[in-house]
Write a protein that binds this ligand. Structure first.
Ligand code: AMP
Ligand code: MG
Length: 451
């Protein structure tokens, strides 16, 4: 079974509203083994909507439209469906009555414009909406390939990979079209109550299961090189990469005919990725660098004795961002008690006892100074570890020796202090973000060594 999703709205193509409907629907369809061939996003333009429907009819088994079913002049989906189907709109009395009651309950007269919402293409069925006045439409379009569609359509075939874009086989049944309002709450309710119960029995039992592994510190191409043949485009489960916020994520999708097989194959590929990337992978699915670090601090190896490990922070250019990331995690007070933001040299001297001669000799952005900051923070907070960051976030303040993006990071532990210098590309926000994440990652790698 495969589907094409059509999202309609000027606000979507203008970039004012993000098309979250298609993302949600794709996930729901994947769960019943329905491959999504395309997401089409178009404005509130009748001829464009009509063309998108006509073009899709012969290429998929399910067309799922969201948006454009409101009562105003820019809501043109129902007219476009009627035109694409070649049938006039007719009044649906039950929905008109329902709308009248809807307004009566609110003690308001029903505006005349709302009556258009009770019009549906001849031969189509109403999809009931329990949360608004826009009913949905369930129709059987006549494909040019299939001039006389039957009302039913049987079990769909499987084997449509995510990466391949199969055309509808000439022997398959006509496609079915569902249109629901764009309001996410209404769309979700109508999909769950009406559309899903229709589609689920048509599913061949095939499922698409997904998992995401997150890495930090190497770029996308370096990760791809390490993954090698695992990223082969014909592979199932497939492995693809995406980058966001310096995090390179592996997206693994397994499409198989049974849930058990999909689970088994997905787990096997996750294991193969882990084997190739080892500690480069910091987490899976919803895990963040901070949540993984928190977990490692909260659950130290038994030879450390009971209770969590404590980390302290001393930040200059990140202005508390590292402490924020650490304390974003509920229960963080168990492993984080205090941190320092020492922005000026004076603050570094007064609050962290950094030697003024050290500052004069090396500058605030230097490995000896961050090492001193980390050691003092660790001692003052009676912590197991301390992270310190000092750098040039820009856009001003760079020099030929220390350009914007130069950041020194230190990690002090009971046995040693390690300081390193990094050069992060990007603007002020990116440099600060990467500085804090790199510090978290250094702590994570250190904590892994304890296990
Ligand atoms: P409509 O059903 O076209 O009247 O859409 C009503 C509202 O739903 C719009 O104003 C948007 O805020 C929201 N909306 C419409 N389409 C989408 C979409 N694809 N994703 C997320 N929100 C949407
Ligand atoms: Mg709209």
């Amino acid at each position: 079974m495969n589907a094409i999703l059509i999202s309609i709205g000027d606000e979507l193509v203008l970039g004012q509203t993000i098309d979250t409907n298609s993302a949600w629907l794709s996930q729901q369809l994947a769960a019943i083994g329905c491959g999504v061939l395309e997401h089409i996003t178009i404005p509130d333009d009748q001829s464009q909507i009509e063309r998108a429907i006509t073009n899709s009819i012969s290429r998929c088994q399910i067309i799922l439209i969201t948006g454009g079913l409101g009562p105003t002049a820019d809501d043109l989906t129902r007219q476009a469906i009627a035109a694409a189907l070649g049938t006039p709109l007719v009044l649906n009395e039950p929905w008109l009555d329902n709308m009248k009651q809807f307004f009566a309950r609110r003690k308001r007269p029903m505006p005349q414009t709302n009556s258009i919402q009770a019009m549906i293409p001849t031969g189509a069925r109403i999809i009931w909406n329990n949360h608004g006045t826009a009913a949905g439409i369930d129709a059987d379009p006549v494909s040019p390939l299939f001039p006389s569609p039957s009302a039913s359509f049987g079990t769909m075939g499987e084997g449509e990979g995510l990466s391949s874009v199969p055309q509808k086989p000439a022997t398959s049944q006509p496609c079915r079209l569902f249109a629901v309002p764009g309001v996410p709450k209404e769309m979700k309710g109508m999909f769950a109550d009406y559309i899903l119960p229709i589609l689920r029995p048509l599913s061949s039992g095939a499922v698409i299961l997904s998992s995401t592994l997150h890495t930090y510190s190497l770029g996308e191409s370096a990760i791809a090189e390490l993954l090698g043949d695992l990223m082969d485009r014909t592979r199932n489960p497939s492995v693809g990469t995406t980058v966001s916020g310096g995090v390179v994520s592996l997206r693994i999708n397994a499409r198989f005919s049974t849930l058990q097989e999909a689970q088994r194959q997905l787990a096997a590929t996750v294991e193969q990725c882990r084997h190739r990337l080892r500690s480069l992978i910091y987490g899976q699915d919803d895990q963040t660098l901070a949540s993984v670090v928190a977990d490692l601090l909260l659950h130290p190896p038994t030879h450390f004795g009971p209770g969590p490990l404590i980390v302290a922070t001393a930040e200059s250019c990140t202005g508390g961002l590292l402490a924020k990331m650490l304390t974003d995690i509920p229960g963080s007070s168990a492993y984080f008690h205090q941190g320092w933001i020492t922005y000026s040299n004076d603050a570094k001297i007064k609050m962290l006892s950094v030697d003024s001669q050290l500052l004069a000799a090396h500058g605030a952005v230097s490995e000896p100074v961050v090492a001193a900051m980390a050691q003092s923070a660790r001692q003052n907070a009676a912590a197991h570890f301390a992270l310190a960051i000092s750098g040039i976030a820009g856009p001003t303040g760079g020099t030929p020796e220390k350009p914007v993006g130069t950041v020194c990071i230190a990690l002090a532990s009971g046995t040693s202090t390690e300081a390193s210098t990094h050069l992060f590309p990007g603007d002020r926000e990116v440099i600060r973000d990467r500085s804090a994440k790199t510090a978290l990652n250094l702590l994570r790698l250190q904590l892994l060594k304890l296990h």
